[in-house]
Design a binder for this molecule. Structure first.
Ligand code: MN
Length: 259
């Protein structure tokens, strides 16, 4: 199943590489680029720019999360949507080497560093890249249950796991339009549920209602579920819990709380 995406990736890289030979070799080689003029920036398109950010491979087969998430949805969501966020992010920072060198998670937390004419592009596509990278890692075939410090914190904060899930579902269902529902560690070190519009992330200080370190996020854009669930976002959310990778979420919790 995964071969299909790999083949496209190889074909895409080949095309991009040959274009890049003409357009952007110094940037791709990591050499300090001569600052390109505005004309060069206008000419840069996603196909020209293949780094520094790259699409991470899925940590499982595209069909591995069925029936909760079908293979075709995974293939399009990862191979097309996430790839587009990566390409557009690379294009947005093509002439900004200091920002291009920053990990995407750091970049989206310091959007005030981004020139105003590029800020919305970095917010949307940097957010898209970070959110989706976390999303793929947050799932695993077979799912499981939270354990250890995370399980204790969920019980202490929400009463039990089901109550926490209900709170996330309510945030996801209540979110009008495209966005994400999140379980975060807030600045006080407590678990909290929040949602963000578009590709915003709780790391985007000063831009989102509730700032914190996300440890679990669920994509409630229609592209995440429409093929299998059509408008039934509640059914998608209910099924999604069956493939959550609690081991990864637990590690994120321990990291965020310094345990
Ligand atoms: Mn998505």
């Amino acid at each position: 199943m995964y071969r299909m995406i790999s083949r496209r990736t190889v074909v895409g890289s080949g095309l991009a590489a040959s274009l890049a030979t003409v357009a952007a070799t110094p940037l791709l080689a990591g050499a300090a680029p001569a600052v390109p003029g505005r004309a060069a920036l206008r000419q840069a398109t996603p196909a020209d720019v293949t780094g520094p950010h790259v699409l991470p491979p899925l940590p499982y087969d595209v069909a591995a999360l069925e029936p909760a998430i079908d293979a075709q949805t995974m293939e399009i969501h990862h191979g097309k949507h996430h790839q587009a966020y990566v390409d557009n992010l690379n294009t947005a920072v093509v002439d900004l080497p200091d920002l291009a060198a920053m990990p995407a998670e750091e970049l989206i937390g310091q959007l005030d560093l981004v020139p105003e004419d590029r800020r919305t592009a970095v917010r949307n596509n940097g957010g898209g890249h970070v959110n989706h990278t976390m999303f793929w890692e947050s799932m695993t075939p077979g799912g499981g249950e939270p354990a250890g410090a995370l399980a204790d914190a969920i019980t202490a904060t929400f009463g039990d796991l089901a109550a926490m899930q209900e709170t996330v579902n309510t945030a996801g269902l209540g979110h009008f339009g495209s966005g994400w529902a999140w379980l975060i560690v807030n600045p006080a070190g407590e678990l909290e549920v929040t949602s963000t519009p578009n590709q915003d992330n709780p790391l985007m200080a000063d831009l989102v209602e509730t700032t914190g370190t996300p440890i679990l996020g669920v994509d409630v854009w229609e592209h995440a579920y429409y093929l299998a669930y059509q408008s039934r976002r509640a059914d998608y959310l209910a099924a999604w819990w069956s493939v959550v990778n609690w081991e990864t979420v637990g590690l994120r919790y321990e990291q965020a709380t310094g345990q």
